[in-house]
Write a protein that binds this ligand. Structure first.
Ligand SMILES: [Zn+2]
Length: 158
């Protein structure tokens, strides 16, 4: 993990914060090319009722529409929180490359349990359980705390 990686991850946390301020759940993601250039970004957009509007899923679709298979394989997806199984599957199906996340699904599950939030309808799994060949890095100490604080704000405890 280098300075470029950290810059993209900080942007993901910023996008997660923007999502929260817009009344959505705090998740944000950035898709970067092999040379580190940010190509696309998005945040959670589930507040209007479509629970599949996760940023990693949107970026997988964007990648298919705008990148060659080779470009996708060399790209990196940065994200504030580890992909859910749906997004991990989309990532695997479209052949995207490395994933770097600020906080893990395991951390999120623990935080939500601590906050008394009911379990989601989709099981929490590590990305490699869904995409065995995925190259994954995270969580990142310091940034994971910021993501935890966003989830605490969402659930009204800070
Ligand atoms: Zn997802």
């Amino acid at each position: 993990m280098d300075d470029v990686d950290l810059r993209h991850l900080r942007r993901c946390v910023e996008l997660a914060s923007e999502a929260l301020e817009a009344g959505d759940e705090p998740f944000g993601s950035v898709l970067a090319a092999a040379d580190g250039t940010a190509l696309a970004e998005d945040r959670n957009r589930v507040a209007l009722g479509d629970r599949t509007r996760h940023p990693e899923f949107e970026l997988a679709r964007w990648a298919v529409a705008n990148m060659t298979p080779g470009e996708r394989a060399a790209a990196t997806v940065f994200t504030s929180g580890e992909h859910c199984p749906m997004c991990a599957a989309a990532h695997g199906w479209v052949g995207l490359g490395r994933i770097v996340y600020a906080s893990s699904s395991e951390q999120l599950a623990a935080w939500l349990a601590e906050l008394g939030v009911p379990a989601p309808p989709v099981r929490t799994l590590p990305i490699q359980e869904v995409v065995p060949g995925a190259v994954v890095e995270g969580p990142v100490p310091g940034l994971d705390d910021q993501v935890r604080d966003l989830h605490r704000r969402l659930h009204g405890t800070s």
